[in-house]
Design a protein around this ligand. Sequence first.
Ligand SMILES: *[C@@H]1O[C@H](CO)[C@@H](O)[C@H](O)[C@H]1NC(C)=O
Ligand SMILES: *[C@@H]1O[C@H](CO)[C@@H](O)[C@H](O)[C@H]1NC(C)=O
Ligand SMILES: *[C@@H]1O[C@H](CO)[C@@H](O)[C@H](O)[C@H]1NC(C)=O
Ligand SMILES: *[C@@H]1O[C@H](CO)[C@@H](O)[C@H](O)[C@H]1NC(C)=O
Ligand SMILES: *[C@@H]1O[C@H](CO)[C@@H](O)[C@H](O)[C@H]1NC(C)=O
Length: 420
Amino acid sequence: MESKLFCWILLSLLILSCFVSQTNEKMQGQTLVYLYKSRLKQNFGVDTSLFKVINHVNEANVHPQVGLKEEDRIERLPGQPLANFSQYGGYVTVHKSAGRALYYYFVEAHHSKNSLPLLLWLNGGPGCSSLAGALLELGPFRVHSDGKTLYTNKFSWNYAANVLFLESPAGVGFSYSNTTSDYDKSGDSRTAADNYVFLVNWLERFPEYKDRDFYISGESYAGHYVPQLAHTILYHNKKANKTIINLKGSIIGNAVINDETDEQGMVDYFGSHAIISDQDVYQIHKYCDFSPNATTQSRECEASYGALEDNIIDINVYNIYAPMCFSSDVTTRPKKASILEFDPCSTNYMYVYLNRPEVQEALHANVTKLTHDWELCGDTIQVWRDSPSTIIPLLKEFMSSGIRVWIFRLVAIHKCMRET
Ligand SMILES: *[C@@H]1O[C@H](CO)[C@@H](O)[C@H](O)[C@H]1NC(C)=O
Ligand SMILES: *[C@@H]1O[C@H](CO)[C@@H](O)[C@H](O)[C@H]1NC(C)=O
Ligand SMILES: *[C@@H]1O[C@H](CO)[C@@H](O)[C@H](O)[C@H]1NC(C)=O
Ligand SMILES: *[C@@H]1O[C@H](CO)[C@@H](O)[C@H](O)[C@H]1NC(C)=O
Ligand SMILES: *[C@@H]1O[C@H](CO)[C@@H](O)[C@H](O)[C@H]1NC(C)=O
Protein backbone atom coordinates (compact mmCIF):
# COMPACT_ATOMS: atom_id res chain seq x y z
CA MET A 1 0.00 0.00 0.00
CA GLU A 2 2.75 2.38 0.95
CA SER A 3 4.69 1.85 -2.22
CA LYS A 4 1.52 2.34 -4.23
CA LEU A 5 1.06 5.73 -2.63
CA PHE A 6 4.64 6.65 -3.38
CA CYS A 7 4.40 5.50 -7.00
CA TRP A 8 1.27 7.47 -7.56
CA ILE A 9 2.75 10.60 -6.11
CA LEU A 10 5.87 10.23 -8.23
CA LEU A 11 3.81 9.88 -11.37
CA SER A 12 1.59 12.82 -10.62
CA LEU A 13 4.55 14.98 -9.67
CA LEU A 14 5.84 14.81 -13.19
CA ILE A 15 2.60 16.32 -14.33
CA LEU A 16 2.31 18.62 -11.37
CA SER A 17 5.55 20.37 -12.17
CA CYS A 18 3.83 22.31 -14.93
CA PHE A 19 1.33 23.74 -12.54
CA VAL A 20 3.37 25.19 -9.77
CA SER A 21 2.50 28.47 -11.30
CA GLN A 22 2.86 32.08 -10.45
CA THR A 23 0.34 34.58 -9.22
CA ASN A 24 -0.19 38.14 -10.29
CA GLU A 25 1.10 39.10 -6.89
CA LYS A 26 3.52 37.19 -4.76
CA MET A 27 4.29 33.55 -5.28
CA GLN A 28 5.77 30.94 -3.08
CA GLY A 29 9.30 31.17 -4.51
CA GLN A 30 9.44 34.92 -4.21
CA THR A 31 8.15 34.87 -0.65
CA LEU A 32 11.05 32.59 0.04
CA VAL A 33 13.60 34.94 -1.49
CA TYR A 34 12.25 37.75 0.69
CA LEU A 35 12.84 35.55 3.72
CA TYR A 36 16.38 34.71 2.60
CA LYS A 37 17.04 38.38 2.09
CA SER A 38 15.69 39.40 5.46
CA ARG A 39 17.80 36.70 7.07
CA LEU A 40 20.89 38.14 5.45
CA LYS A 41 20.20 41.23 7.52
CA GLN A 42 20.67 39.86 10.98
CA ASN A 43 19.01 42.85 12.59
CA PHE A 44 15.67 41.43 11.43
CA GLY A 45 16.10 39.26 14.48
CA VAL A 46 15.10 35.91 13.01
CA ASP A 47 16.18 33.23 15.48
CA THR A 48 18.05 30.59 13.45
CA SER A 49 18.88 28.16 16.24
CA LEU A 50 17.88 24.50 15.92
CA PHE A 51 14.21 23.58 16.22
CA LYS A 52 12.81 22.79 19.66
CA VAL A 53 9.26 21.67 20.46
CA ILE A 54 7.15 24.17 22.38
CA ASN A 55 6.21 22.05 25.33
CA HIS A 56 2.82 23.65 25.90
CA VAL A 57 0.81 21.28 23.77
CA ASN A 58 -1.42 19.65 26.34
CA GLU A 59 -4.86 18.24 27.12
CA ALA A 60 -6.29 21.74 27.55
CA ASN A 61 -5.90 22.27 23.81
CA VAL A 62 -7.99 19.22 22.96
CA HIS A 63 -11.68 19.95 22.68
CA PRO A 64 -14.72 17.75 22.05
CA GLN A 65 -15.52 17.60 18.34
CA VAL A 66 -18.80 15.69 18.45
CA GLY A 67 -21.09 16.49 15.51
CA LEU A 68 -18.62 18.88 13.88
CA LYS A 69 -17.60 16.42 11.18
CA GLU A 70 -21.09 16.30 9.70
CA GLU A 71 -21.34 20.10 9.87
CA ASP A 72 -18.12 20.30 7.87
CA ARG A 73 -19.35 18.05 5.08
CA ILE A 74 -19.30 19.84 1.73
CA GLU A 75 -22.30 18.69 -0.29
CA ARG A 76 -20.91 19.98 -3.52
CA LEU A 77 -18.68 22.90 -4.47
CA PRO A 78 -20.17 25.53 -6.80
CA GLY A 79 -19.45 24.55 -10.41
CA GLN A 80 -18.07 21.16 -9.45
CA PRO A 81 -18.23 18.14 -11.76
CA LEU A 82 -19.71 14.94 -10.38
CA ALA A 83 -17.50 13.12 -7.91
CA ASN A 84 -17.92 10.06 -5.74
CA PHE A 85 -15.65 10.90 -2.85
CA SER A 86 -16.62 12.91 0.25
CA GLN A 87 -15.29 16.40 0.91
CA TYR A 88 -15.13 18.35 4.14
CA GLY A 89 -14.06 21.85 5.04
CA GLY A 90 -14.06 23.90 8.21
CA TYR A 91 -12.17 25.37 11.10
CA VAL A 92 -10.38 23.77 14.01
CA THR A 93 -9.67 26.02 16.98
CA VAL A 94 -6.03 25.73 18.02
CA HIS A 95 -6.09 28.36 20.77
CA LYS A 96 -9.37 29.06 22.48
CA SER A 97 -8.67 32.22 24.47
CA ALA A 98 -6.81 33.91 21.60
CA GLY A 99 -9.52 32.78 19.16
CA ARG A 100 -7.04 31.23 16.78
CA ALA A 101 -8.41 28.78 14.20
CA LEU A 102 -6.96 26.95 11.21
CA TYR A 103 -8.93 26.17 8.07
CA TYR A 104 -8.77 22.75 6.44
CA TYR A 105 -10.13 21.16 3.26
CA PHE A 106 -10.27 17.37 3.25
CA VAL A 107 -10.92 15.04 0.33
CA GLU A 108 -11.38 11.37 0.96
CA ALA A 109 -9.96 8.85 -1.46
CA HIS A 110 -11.84 7.85 -4.62
CA HIS A 111 -11.83 4.24 -3.44
CA SER A 112 -10.71 2.22 -0.38
CA LYS A 113 -10.92 5.25 1.86
CA ASN A 114 -11.08 2.96 4.88
CA SER A 115 -7.66 1.49 4.24
CA LEU A 116 -5.67 4.10 2.28
CA PRO A 117 -3.35 6.35 4.31
CA LEU A 118 -4.10 9.84 5.54
CA LEU A 119 -1.82 12.44 3.94
CA LEU A 120 -1.46 16.04 5.09
CA TRP A 121 -0.32 18.61 2.52
CA LEU A 122 1.25 21.98 3.34
CA ASN A 123 2.33 24.77 1.00
CA GLY A 124 5.15 27.05 2.04
CA GLY A 125 5.85 30.76 1.95
CA PRO A 126 5.90 31.44 4.82
CA GLY A 127 2.43 32.82 4.23
CA CYS A 128 1.17 30.80 1.26
CA SER A 129 -2.06 28.85 1.25
CA SER A 130 -2.29 25.09 0.92
CA LEU A 131 -5.51 25.55 -1.05
CA ALA A 132 -3.14 26.29 -3.92
CA GLY A 133 -1.97 22.72 -3.43
CA ALA A 134 -5.60 21.65 -3.69
CA LEU A 135 -6.69 23.71 -6.70
CA LEU A 136 -3.48 24.13 -8.73
CA GLU A 137 -1.45 21.07 -7.89
CA LEU A 138 -2.55 17.77 -6.37
CA GLY A 139 -6.23 18.09 -5.46
CA PRO A 140 -9.20 16.56 -7.30
CA PHE A 141 -10.38 19.77 -9.01
CA ARG A 142 -8.94 22.69 -10.97
CA VAL A 143 -10.64 26.05 -11.60
CA HIS A 144 -11.73 26.93 -15.13
CA SER A 145 -10.83 30.30 -16.70
CA ASP A 146 -14.30 31.65 -15.78
CA GLY A 147 -13.36 31.54 -12.08
CA LYS A 148 -16.70 29.83 -11.50
CA THR A 149 -16.56 26.23 -12.59
CA LEU A 150 -14.25 23.34 -11.82
CA TYR A 151 -12.86 20.45 -13.82
CA THR A 152 -11.44 17.12 -12.78
CA ASN A 153 -7.76 16.43 -12.14
CA LYS A 154 -7.35 12.80 -13.06
CA PHE A 155 -3.90 12.83 -11.44
CA SER A 156 -5.24 13.85 -8.05
CA TRP A 157 -3.44 12.37 -5.06
CA ASN A 158 -6.77 11.31 -3.59
CA TYR A 159 -6.58 8.27 -5.88
CA ALA A 160 -3.83 7.10 -3.53
CA ALA A 161 -4.65 8.64 -0.16
CA ASN A 162 -7.17 10.58 1.89
CA VAL A 163 -5.75 14.07 1.48
CA LEU A 164 -5.96 16.84 4.07
CA PHE A 165 -5.01 20.40 3.03
CA LEU A 166 -4.26 22.73 5.94
CA GLU A 167 -3.93 26.51 5.72
CA SER A 168 -1.23 27.32 8.21
CA PRO A 169 -0.20 29.33 10.18
CA ALA A 170 -3.05 31.61 11.33
CA GLY A 171 -3.13 34.61 8.99
CA VAL A 172 -2.76 32.47 5.86
CA GLY A 173 -5.74 32.06 3.52
CA PHE A 174 -8.89 31.52 5.56
CA SER A 175 -7.02 30.74 8.79
CA TYR A 176 -7.13 33.56 11.32
CA SER A 177 -6.70 34.75 14.85
CA ASN A 178 -9.11 37.05 16.68
CA THR A 179 -6.06 38.36 18.54
CA THR A 180 -4.34 40.11 15.65
CA SER A 181 -1.13 40.60 17.67
CA ASP A 182 -0.76 36.81 17.20
CA TYR A 183 0.33 37.47 13.63
CA ASP A 184 3.48 39.21 14.88
CA LYS A 185 4.37 36.14 16.91
CA SER A 186 4.47 33.90 13.84
CA GLY A 187 7.41 31.62 13.31
CA ASP A 188 8.39 27.99 12.90
CA SER A 189 7.87 26.93 16.54
CA ARG A 190 4.39 28.34 16.88
CA THR A 191 3.44 26.96 13.47
CA ALA A 192 4.53 23.46 14.50
CA ALA A 193 2.68 23.69 17.82
CA ASP A 194 -0.52 24.95 16.18
CA ASN A 195 -0.31 22.34 13.41
CA TYR A 196 0.05 19.64 16.05
CA VAL A 197 -2.90 20.91 18.09
CA PHE A 198 -4.87 21.10 14.84
CA LEU A 199 -4.12 17.45 14.04
CA VAL A 200 -4.98 16.10 17.46
CA ASN A 201 -8.33 17.92 17.40
CA TRP A 202 -8.99 17.03 13.77
CA LEU A 203 -8.50 13.35 14.65
CA GLU A 204 -11.10 13.77 17.40
CA ARG A 205 -13.44 15.11 14.74
CA PHE A 206 -12.57 12.27 12.34
CA PRO A 207 -11.85 9.44 14.81
CA GLU A 208 -11.88 6.78 12.09
CA TYR A 209 -8.46 8.14 11.00
CA LYS A 210 -6.86 7.95 14.45
CA ASP A 211 -4.90 4.76 13.85
CA ARG A 212 -4.43 5.23 10.12
CA ASP A 213 -0.98 5.36 8.55
CA PHE A 214 -0.16 9.04 8.43
CA TYR A 215 2.12 10.93 6.04
CA ILE A 216 3.05 14.61 6.02
CA SER A 217 3.94 16.26 2.73
CA GLY A 218 4.61 19.72 1.41
CA GLU A 219 6.78 21.94 -0.72
CA SER A 220 9.06 24.96 -0.53
CA TYR A 221 9.06 26.47 2.96
CA ALA A 222 7.04 23.44 4.09
CA GLY A 223 10.53 21.87 4.04
CA HIS A 224 10.48 23.36 7.54
CA TYR A 225 6.84 22.76 8.48
CA VAL A 226 6.78 19.07 7.54
CA PRO A 227 9.81 17.84 9.55
CA GLN A 228 9.00 20.15 12.45
CA LEU A 229 5.46 18.76 12.69
CA ALA A 230 6.80 15.22 12.30
CA HIS A 231 9.29 15.83 15.10
CA THR A 232 6.53 17.29 17.29
CA ILE A 233 4.43 14.15 16.69
CA LEU A 234 7.32 11.84 17.60
CA TYR A 235 8.06 13.95 20.67
CA HIS A 236 4.50 13.69 21.97
CA ASN A 237 4.19 9.98 21.14
CA LYS A 238 7.35 9.38 23.13
CA LYS A 239 6.26 11.57 26.01
CA ALA A 240 2.90 9.80 26.24
CA ASN A 241 4.55 6.41 25.68
CA LYS A 242 1.90 5.59 23.08
CA THR A 243 1.13 6.21 19.43
CA ILE A 244 -1.06 9.31 19.49
CA ILE A 245 -0.51 9.85 15.77
CA ASN A 246 0.62 6.94 13.60
CA LEU A 247 3.30 8.80 11.64
CA LYS A 248 4.87 6.71 8.86
CA GLY A 249 6.65 9.14 6.61
CA SER A 250 7.37 12.63 5.40
CA ILE A 251 7.62 13.95 1.85
CA ILE A 252 9.11 17.34 0.92
CA GLY A 253 9.56 18.88 -2.50
CA ASN A 254 11.63 21.86 -3.67
CA ALA A 255 12.18 22.17 -0.01
CA VAL A 256 13.99 24.61 2.22
CA ILE A 257 16.32 22.30 4.12
CA ASN A 258 19.66 23.87 4.86
CA ASP A 259 20.06 27.62 4.31
CA GLU A 260 23.74 27.73 3.60
CA THR A 261 23.66 25.27 0.69
CA ASP A 262 20.07 26.06 -0.40
CA GLU A 263 20.90 29.71 -0.94
CA GLN A 264 24.19 29.15 -2.68
CA GLY A 265 22.55 26.52 -4.87
CA MET A 266 19.75 28.90 -5.76
CA VAL A 267 22.22 31.61 -6.76
CA ASP A 268 24.19 29.14 -8.91
CA TYR A 269 21.00 27.90 -10.56
CA PHE A 270 19.90 31.44 -11.45
CA GLY A 271 23.40 32.17 -12.71
CA SER A 272 23.73 29.04 -14.83
CA HIS A 273 20.31 29.72 -16.39
CA ALA A 274 21.16 33.32 -17.29
CA ILE A 275 18.57 34.75 -14.92
CA ILE A 276 21.18 36.79 -13.10
CA SER A 277 24.48 37.96 -14.53
CA ASP A 278 27.77 36.15 -13.98
CA GLN A 279 28.95 39.34 -12.33
CA ASP A 280 26.17 39.18 -9.74
CA VAL A 281 26.82 35.50 -9.07
CA TYR A 282 30.48 36.31 -8.54
CA GLN A 283 29.64 39.26 -6.25
CA ILE A 284 27.15 37.30 -4.18
CA HIS A 285 29.59 34.44 -3.62
CA LYS A 286 32.36 36.88 -2.86
CA TYR A 287 30.52 39.22 -0.50
CA CYS A 288 27.61 37.30 1.07
CA ASP A 289 28.25 35.05 4.02
CA PHE A 290 25.57 32.37 4.02
CA SER A 291 26.94 30.52 7.04
CA PRO A 292 24.50 30.22 9.94
CA ASN A 293 26.69 32.26 12.24
CA ALA A 294 27.19 35.21 9.92
CA THR A 295 26.35 38.35 11.83
CA THR A 296 26.69 41.16 9.32
CA GLN A 297 26.61 41.41 5.54
CA SER A 298 28.46 43.93 3.46
CA ARG A 299 26.78 46.58 1.35
CA GLU A 300 28.15 44.80 -1.73
CA CYS A 301 26.28 41.67 -0.68
CA GLU A 302 23.03 43.55 -0.23
CA ALA A 303 23.40 45.29 -3.58
CA SER A 304 24.05 42.10 -5.53
CA TYR A 305 21.27 40.25 -3.72
CA GLY A 306 18.96 43.13 -4.61
CA ALA A 307 19.85 42.60 -8.25
CA LEU A 308 18.89 38.95 -7.91
CA GLU A 309 15.53 39.93 -6.50
CA ASP A 310 14.87 42.40 -9.34
CA ASN A 311 15.65 39.71 -11.88
CA ILE A 312 13.32 37.04 -10.59
CA ILE A 313 10.32 39.27 -9.97
CA ASP A 314 8.81 38.57 -13.39
CA ILE A 315 9.43 34.87 -13.72
CA ASN A 316 8.17 31.69 -12.16
CA VAL A 317 11.24 30.48 -10.28
CA TYR A 318 9.84 26.96 -10.09
CA ASN A 319 9.30 26.80 -13.84
CA ILE A 320 11.58 29.35 -15.46
CA TYR A 321 10.58 28.58 -19.05
CA ALA A 322 6.86 28.88 -18.38
CA PRO A 323 4.88 31.71 -19.95
CA MET A 324 3.64 34.51 -17.70
CA CYS A 325 0.09 35.67 -17.16
CA PHE A 326 -0.68 39.08 -18.63
CA SER A 327 -4.30 39.48 -17.70
CA SER A 328 -5.99 39.19 -14.35
CA ASP A 329 -9.42 38.88 -16.02
CA VAL A 330 -11.50 35.78 -15.95
CA THR A 331 -13.40 34.75 -19.10
CA THR A 332 -17.17 34.83 -19.45
CA ARG A 333 -17.21 31.24 -20.61
CA PRO A 334 -14.69 28.63 -19.53
CA LYS A 335 -11.80 28.19 -21.93
CA LYS A 336 -11.18 24.60 -22.92
CA ALA A 337 -8.87 23.27 -20.26
CA SER A 338 -6.76 20.17 -20.06
CA ILE A 339 -4.78 18.95 -17.14
CA LEU A 340 -1.71 18.76 -19.39
CA GLU A 341 -1.98 22.28 -20.81
CA PHE A 342 -0.31 24.79 -18.53
CA ASP A 343 -2.25 28.05 -18.14
CA PRO A 344 -0.13 30.69 -16.38
CA CYS A 345 -3.28 32.57 -15.33
CA SER A 346 -4.66 29.67 -13.33
CA THR A 347 -3.73 31.36 -10.05
CA ASN A 348 -6.07 34.21 -10.99
CA TYR A 349 -8.93 31.81 -11.65
CA MET A 350 -8.36 30.26 -8.26
CA TYR A 351 -8.24 33.68 -6.59
CA VAL A 352 -11.57 34.70 -8.15
CA TYR A 353 -13.17 31.35 -7.31
CA LEU A 354 -12.12 31.28 -3.66
CA ASN A 355 -13.23 34.86 -3.08
CA ARG A 356 -16.79 34.13 -4.25
CA PRO A 357 -19.20 34.34 -1.30
CA GLU A 358 -21.09 31.22 -2.45
CA VAL A 359 -17.83 29.26 -2.69
CA GLN A 360 -16.78 30.37 0.80
CA GLU A 361 -20.18 29.38 2.11
CA ALA A 362 -19.94 25.93 0.53
CA LEU A 363 -16.42 25.51 1.96
CA HIS A 364 -17.57 26.70 5.43
CA ALA A 365 -14.75 29.23 5.18
CA ASN A 366 -14.48 32.87 6.26
CA VAL A 367 -17.31 32.44 8.77
CA THR A 368 -16.07 35.41 10.82
CA LYS A 369 -15.98 37.77 7.79
CA LEU A 370 -12.29 38.56 7.69
CA THR A 371 -11.31 42.03 6.54
CA HIS A 372 -8.86 40.89 3.86
CA ASP A 373 -9.32 38.78 0.72
CA TRP A 374 -8.30 35.17 0.40
CA GLU A 375 -4.83 35.28 -1.15
CA LEU A 376 -2.41 32.69 -2.43
CA CYS A 377 0.44 34.36 -0.52
CA GLY A 378 -0.96 37.16 1.60
CA ASP A 379 0.72 39.77 3.74
CA THR A 380 -1.24 39.42 6.98
CA ILE A 381 1.90 37.97 8.52
CA GLN A 382 4.69 40.56 8.50
CA VAL A 383 7.00 39.14 11.13
CA TRP A 384 8.68 35.74 11.22
CA ARG A 385 10.40 35.10 14.50
CA ASP A 386 12.27 31.85 14.13
CA SER A 387 13.56 29.85 11.21
CA PRO A 388 16.26 27.29 12.01
CA SER A 389 19.18 27.46 9.61
CA THR A 390 18.94 23.70 8.99
CA ILE A 391 16.44 20.89 9.45
CA ILE A 392 18.90 18.11 8.60
CA PRO A 393 19.10 16.92 12.25
CA LEU A 394 15.34 16.28 12.12
CA LEU A 395 15.64 14.24 8.92
CA LYS A 396 18.38 12.18 10.58
CA GLU A 397 16.13 11.59 13.57
CA PHE A 398 13.34 10.25 11.32
CA MET A 399 15.62 7.89 9.47
CA SER A 400 16.88 6.46 12.75
CA SER A 401 13.26 6.14 14.03
CA GLY A 402 12.09 4.20 10.98
CA ILE A 403 10.09 7.14 9.61
CA ARG A 404 10.35 7.23 5.83
CA VAL A 405 11.81 10.39 4.31
CA TRP A 406 11.31 11.36 0.70
CA ILE A 407 12.87 14.50 -0.73
CA PHE A 408 11.85 15.39 -4.26
CA ARG A 409 12.52 18.16 -6.70
CA LEU A 410 10.11 19.32 -9.37
CA VAL A 411 11.58 19.74 -12.81
CA ALA A 412 9.62 21.52 -15.49
CA ILE A 413 8.75 19.00 -18.19
CA HIS A 414 8.98 19.53 -21.91
CA LYS A 415 5.29 20.12 -22.41
CA CYS A 416 5.47 23.31 -20.34
CA MET A 417 8.52 24.56 -22.16
CA ARG A 418 7.08 24.15 -25.64
CA GLU A 419 4.48 26.77 -24.90
CA THR A 420 6.89 29.62 -24.32
C1 LIG B 1 -19.37 7.13 -9.34
O1 LIG B 1 -19.62 5.78 -9.01
C2 LIG B 1 -20.52 5.12 -9.91
C3 LIG B 1 -20.82 3.74 -9.35
O2 LIG B 1 -19.65 3.10 -8.90
C4 LIG B 1 -19.88 5.06 -11.29
O3 LIG B 1 -20.74 4.45 -12.21
C5 LIG B 1 -19.60 6.50 -11.75
O4 LIG B 1 -18.91 6.49 -12.97
C6 LIG B 1 -18.75 7.24 -10.72
N1 LIG B 1 -18.68 8.64 -11.11
C7 LIG B 1 -17.56 9.33 -11.14
C8 LIG B 1 -17.64 10.75 -11.54
O5 LIG B 1 -16.47 8.83 -10.83
C1 LIG C 1 -13.52 34.88 16.64
O1 LIG C 1 -14.48 35.85 16.90
C2 LIG C 1 -15.74 35.64 16.26
C3 LIG C 1 -16.63 36.85 16.53
O2 LIG C 1 -16.70 37.08 17.89
C4 LIG C 1 -16.34 34.35 16.80
O3 LIG C 1 -17.57 34.09 16.14
C5 LIG C 1 -15.36 33.20 16.53
O4 LIG C 1 -15.86 31.99 17.07
C6 LIG C 1 -14.01 33.52 17.13
N1 LIG C 1 -13.07 32.48 16.73
C7 LIG C 1 -12.50 31.62 17.58
C8 LIG C 1 -11.57 30.61 17.01
O5 LIG C 1 -12.70 31.64 18.77
C1 LIG D 1 5.59 2.22 27.91
O1 LIG D 1 4.60 1.31 27.52
C2 LIG D 1 5.03 -0.06 27.48
C3 LIG D 1 3.94 -0.94 26.92
O2 LIG D 1 2.78 -0.25 26.63
C4 LIG D 1 5.46 -0.50 28.87
O3 LIG D 1 5.94 -1.80 28.82
C5 LIG D 1 6.56 0.44 29.35
O4 LIG D 1 6.91 0.11 30.68
C6 LIG D 1 6.11 1.88 29.28
N1 LIG D 1 7.23 2.75 29.60
C7 LIG D 1 7.14 3.75 30.48
C8 LIG D 1 8.39 4.56 30.68
O5 LIG D 1 6.13 4.02 31.08
C1 LIG E 1 30.72 29.48 12.65
O1 LIG E 1 30.92 29.19 14.03
C2 LIG E 1 31.62 27.99 14.28
C3 LIG E 1 31.63 27.70 15.75
O2 LIG E 1 31.70 28.87 16.49
C4 LIG E 1 33.04 28.09 13.68
O3 LIG E 1 33.73 26.88 13.90
C5 LIG E 1 32.92 28.35 12.21
O4 LIG E 1 34.21 28.56 11.66
C6 LIG E 1 32.05 29.56 11.94
N1 LIG E 1 31.84 29.65 10.50
C7 LIG E 1 32.15 30.73 9.79
C8 LIG E 1 31.94 30.64 8.32
O5 LIG E 1 32.58 31.74 10.30
C1 LIG F 1 -14.43 37.31 4.02
O1 LIG F 1 -15.68 37.88 3.77
C2 LIG F 1 -15.65 39.30 3.68
C3 LIG F 1 -17.11 39.79 3.59
O2 LIG F 1 -17.80 39.09 2.62
C4 LIG F 1 -14.83 39.68 2.47
O3 LIG F 1 -14.79 41.08 2.34
C5 LIG F 1 -13.40 39.15 2.67
O4 LIG F 1 -12.64 39.40 1.50
C6 LIG F 1 -13.43 37.65 2.92
N1 LIG F 1 -12.09 37.26 3.35
C7 LIG F 1 -11.55 36.08 3.05
C8 LIG F 1 -10.19 35.77 3.60
O5 LIG F 1 -12.10 35.26 2.35
